[in-house]
Ligand binder design. Sequence first.
Ligand SMILES: Cc1cc2nc3c(=O)[nH]c(=O)nc-3n(C[C@H](O)[C@H](O)[C@H](O)COP(=O)(O)O)c2cc1C
Length: 385
Amino acid sequence: MKIGNDIYYVGVNDHQVDLFEGQYVVPNGMSYNSYVIKDEKIAVMDTVDANFTEEWLGKVAEVLDGAKPDYLVVQHMEPDHAANIENFMKAYPDTTVVANTKTFTMMENFFRGMDLEGKKHIVANGDTLTLGKHVLTFVFAPMVHWPEVMVTYDSTDKVLFSADGFGKFGALDVEEDWDCEARRYYIGIVGKYGPQVQKLLKAAATLDIQTICPLHGPVLTENLGHYLEKYDIWSSYKVESEGVMIAYTSVYGHTKKAAELLAQKLEEKGCPKVVVCDLAREDMAEAVEDAFRYGKLVLASITYNGEAFPFMRTFIENLTERNYQNRTIGLIENGSWAPTAAKVMKGMFEKSKNITWLENNIKIMSSLSDENVAEIDAMAEELCK
Ligand SMILES: Cc1cc2nc3c(=O)[nH]c(=O)nc-3n(C[C@H](O)[C@H](O)[C@H](O)COP(=O)(O)O)c2cc1C
């Protein structure tokens, strides 16, 4: 695949990966993207995952068509992109590796035996590299989402090589909506680093960008404002869609019944969107994504050995470690002798910024009482205000 006049896509699709980054299910696989810029000098942008060495080197060789690459630009050292640096250098030993100081330190730690003596080109933030027509500018993006990350702007074709930014789950031979899997990827993997992403977006706003080439997911060529707007919302922890998410845990079904009754009442009252999620059975990353997407969240948990149920605790930890903020939360607890789940759940948000707590919280003793049903109605009313 060709992007513009001189840029070639040489990435691979992975349908074998069981868990991406050791925790994310990827039903439609994953792509590891890599690019070749063919100019007077030839630059290869990043490598791919360790399981795709031969396929990737084959694609690179095909594009090179007998020519020798001059540069290997390493934007990010995470092994899904950087695993083949040593293999590449064995295949093309005269190549110069272009990276920043932090990247080279990590490279030495990942590839203990690799000798890059005389083959390193160390770049500083804002440095440029001229390939011929193409001039590459390196923009550091620390903690988006590793410290060494940099993105690369090609001012000739107006292409931003965005590293993991603007990436998504899903291989490129499967058609699917960008927003949903890009959101799950962003919130899960980068969500903690909103201020750093905001900084990168500010730098990007000064550039004329017509194409975004990420390291995962499709090359973005049209309607770039849409993707930039999504990134701005996600990284500033703003509410993306009006609606309520009800996340519950239930062993014997009574708390589930409360969650479903609340959803029904909300729908009856015209709530724009209601999402109900069984935290024990649904994908945790999808649940976390929804919590960040909507403005209001109701947590419904049984009391379990004096705590909230384990899946609920994991869910809340996933939110707070990603700086969950600027949201409204309501609480439903259940217990057969001494319900304490609500207190535990609220306590877990102690350090979260700008959380508005609903006035109507609900305590269920084993099963829904008539009073609980009325309380659920009041909670729905308050959520719809
Ligand atoms: C292993 C276990 C531990 C529990 N610990 C508590 C507890 O510490 N305090 C309490 O009041 N109820 C406790 N319960 C009772 C449940 O919170 C209660 O039965 C609840 O009604 C179950 O709701 P459900 O039908 O949605 O599963 C426990 C239940 C189980 C299975």
